[in-house]
Design a protein around this ligand. Sequence first.
Ligand code: HDE
Length: 703
Amino acid sequence: MAKTAKQFSGKPATVHDQKLLRGNGGELHQIAGGDIPVLTTAQGILVSDDQNSLRIGERGPTVLEDFHFREKIFHFDHERIPERVVHARGYGAHGYFETYDSLAKYTRADIFQRAGEKTPAFVRFSTVAGSKGSFDLARDVRGFAVKLYTKEGNWDIVGNNIPVFFIQDAIKFPDMVHAVKEEPDRAFPQAQSAHDNFWDFISLTPESMHMIMWVMSDRAIPRSFRFMEGFGVHTFRFLNAKDESTFVKFHWKPKLGLQSVVWNEAVKINGADPDFHRRDLWQAIQSGNFPEWELRVQLFDQDFADNFAFDVLDPTKIIPEEMLEPIPVGRLVLDRMPDNFFAETEQVAFMTQNVPPGVDFSNDPLLQGRNFSYLDTQLKRLGSPNFTHIPINAPKCPFHHFQQDGHMAMRNPVGRTNYQPNSFGEGPRESPQRGFRSFADAEEGQKVRLRAESFADHYSQARQFFNSQTPPEQRHIVMALTFELSKVETPVIRERMVAHLLNIDEGLAVTVADKLGIQKMPKPADTAVAPRDDLEPSPALSIIENGPDSFAGRKVGVLVGPGTEVALLKKLQVAIEKEGATMEVVAPKVGGVEASDGSWIEARHMIDGGPSVLFDAIAVLLSKPGADRLAEESAARDFVADAFAHLKFIAFAQSSSALFVKAGVAVDADEGLIPLDEPEGVDAFMQSCRKLRLWGREPAVKL
Ligand code: HDE
């Protein structure tokens, strides 16, 4: 057995070991006996030794004929495929979409014909700017790409968690992406927009101002994929059986409500757990708490479009929900993680042009450009036009076509005829009735390179977004802009940005300028159209206004130590689980601690590895000696001080107070600190947690 362990430990077996093994009557084969399959090459040749390459003599040169070695290294050398140029870092999950009611009146898309219809789905969430190995809590837009395997072909809604975009025309996309990514000479900063090139481009691109308000808001630092919205961004069309068109915008609403973190917390999460969002989705799905979103659609006709203040083809504009209510049409549930990240999440190929009969495009110039781009990128990344043969990309409905051959062809047409029309009655034929039909819009005009006048207002909706935020959210936008621009080394870029902010909100501009130390206010940036100040605030745009009033799906970190009162811990655990939340125990040692009654409390984290930034609320349940001891440890002090600074609700046993004193947090500082050992303590804590954060504390902690 000792020899077996050594063989599998990956250490090279010595000649002595090998003799022993072979002397034992082919023990190598026995190792792979029973239920364990024998290792083979990709060609199926059984392998006798996977620890040593073939050489001439014990210390001699390696021989070329070692086909197993050659194949193994060859394959390893080719393991990587190009990462996505944008949205490289992502995480996906399987699930299904369930249709509420028939939408036949608006669309003939098969997925919307029958109430209760379940359609398999795959979703990939992503950040935009960082590379594959970047951290999850960058300030960034999140991709929200949904593949629906409908009975009439794959439908991809390749959206974001922000309903508008930086640019109006796809021709600017390479510039925008170059500017946000690391600067080409120095290759930094990675996964960050806080640098000169990005703000230089933005300050020279006024159409980006609305998007900038969103990206500087807490939308860009979501607590979890599970707590963010998704948007199709562009205006699309639904087409019914009579080919009548209705414009449509897609919104995904998270069942657990919206939630973000605060910036100081995001920075610390990136160090404590760079995979914070991945782990969150993994844990939720593995524990059976399946995340869910409702699909809602804003439906409107040409008349509405003609009378709307902005152009519905302009992807830098929204239609406020208060003006046009999104109608719920179904729900998306994610209930299964991929078996293999590479095969599924890395190889999944989303394409905006994947739309089934009954869904069609609008003339949004960004969407039109995307429809061209996504096919190209799949060929580059996946290396073959046969990328639809990969299971994650293959339709789950019947499909028949005459495409053949090419790299890695898995399925070729069967039989003699690989063309149509043919005389043999073989193969598929097109169907004018059932097939995809485009909306027969009348298009005419000169061939020009012109942006429509109706796209010219770049500030009014940026202002509307800012005015729709609660005071804490407005403060966060100020702080984000100040932080980002403070990283810009070229003063003129900072000033140019302030000139734009003056067109959005004077108070915002003046505060940012002051915090940046700009001595002389610039003049407002020139505008093509005067910004409007008559747009009603839209409460739907605020995260805080749309809080879940529930703590479900959230996590409490409980700090324990030697002598912790176990009855209180158990009572707390019951209450947390009743709320649909989870509890994780943090202790001085990961092995756990001995409780007050001599029982053993298992821990999930040691204090250094379980800082409070990983939790939505904390509880500190220390005995007096435990608190005295932990008060000496900076990680324990940070546990409390950070939770306080990040506006979290903090429950505590009175015996823990020594730690609070040393952490500089007064236990009676505000109503967010809740003594647990009072009769109503646990209930009061859970009720507070439903508010998620104590925003009223923010001015005091000066984040
Ligand atoms: Fe993308 N985008 N994009 N994009 N995009 C890609 O496709 C592109 C845009 C979005 O999880 C690429 O497979 C152009 C808007 C998501 O796999 C690429 C333009 C929105 C994902 C590409 C845009 C998106 C991508 C890179 C300007 C929100 C990740 C790899 C016209 C509505 C999908 C790939 C996934 C990925 C091109 C703008 C969302 C290069 C040319 C606007 C969620 O084809």
